[in-house]
Design a protein around this ligand. Structure first.
Ligand SMILES: CC(C)(COP(=O)(O)OP(=O)(O)OC[C@H]1O[C@@H](n2cnc3c(N)ncnc32)[C@H](O)[C@@H]1OP(=O)(O)O)[C@@H](O)C(=O)NCCC(=O)NCCS
Length: 167
């Protein structure tokens, strides 16, 4: 059964299903230089379906976000060991951008990782990716680190993170 999280005009923001994975991979190929194996997409959907979310317009997948969870040192507390959500990838097709879809995907993924009782949520973003950095900042993410030569082409990443409110 489809889990529709919200409606943005004619765009449904909903949890991904196995049949969405090929269109999600197509959006990834068109929008980002980092690509993954089929198995990786399948495993993320199986691991944390609450934070694997798609934007659908008509019958077309216009965007997606997919995440994983892990345990590790806090990005906020000295010496704290926490459960963290991690944005693996988020993208919206060019023709559907600047309509609030990216914001809705990230907000719903925050809800998803809250359901999975994560304490923090973090991501890496190219330092030159102003659109994405601004979007994350609007949603409360803060730059916690600059990761030197994080990407294969040598570009640095910002590590941006947010603490999850469970109240
Ligand atoms: C980053 C990305 C996901 C943002 O997606 P998006 O759907 O355009 O995001 P939103 O529409 O929610 O917000 C983006 C901008 O549109 C604006 N916007 C939102 N609704 C709007 C509307 N109805 N009309 C006009 N502008 C609007 C937002 O205010 C924001 O503007 P700002 O950055 O100037 O403040 C998209 O640019 C993308 O896929 N980029 C390529 C892949 C990528 O870089 N992914 C991130 C890797 S970390």
């Amino acid at each position: 059964m489809q889990v529709i999280l919200r409606q943005l005009g004619d765009c449904s923001i909903r949890r991904a299903e196995p049949s969405d994975l090929i269109p999600v991979m197509e959006v990834n190929l068109k929008t980002l230089p980092e690509h993954y194996s089929d198995y990786f997409y399948e495993s993320l959907l199986a691991e944390i379906p609450e934070a694997f979310i798609v934007a659908e317009v008509g019958n077309k997948i216009a965007g997606y976000i997919m995440c994983k969870t892990e345990y590790g040192f806090s990005n906020f507390k000295k010496l704290g060991f926490v459960k963290k959500g991690h944005v693996v990838s988020v993208a919206v097709l060019d023709e559907y951008r600047r309509k609030g879809i990216g914001k809705a995907l990230v907000e719903e993924s925050v809800n998803g990782i809250r359901i999975r009782k994560c304490d923090e949520f973090y991501l890496e973003v190219r330092c030159s990716n102003n659109d994405a950095v601004r979007l994350y900042e609007k949603l409360g993410f803060v730059i916690r680190q600059q990761l030197h030569s994080y990407y294969r082409d040598g570009e640095d990443a910002y590590l941006m993170a947010i603490e999850i409110d469970h109240t």
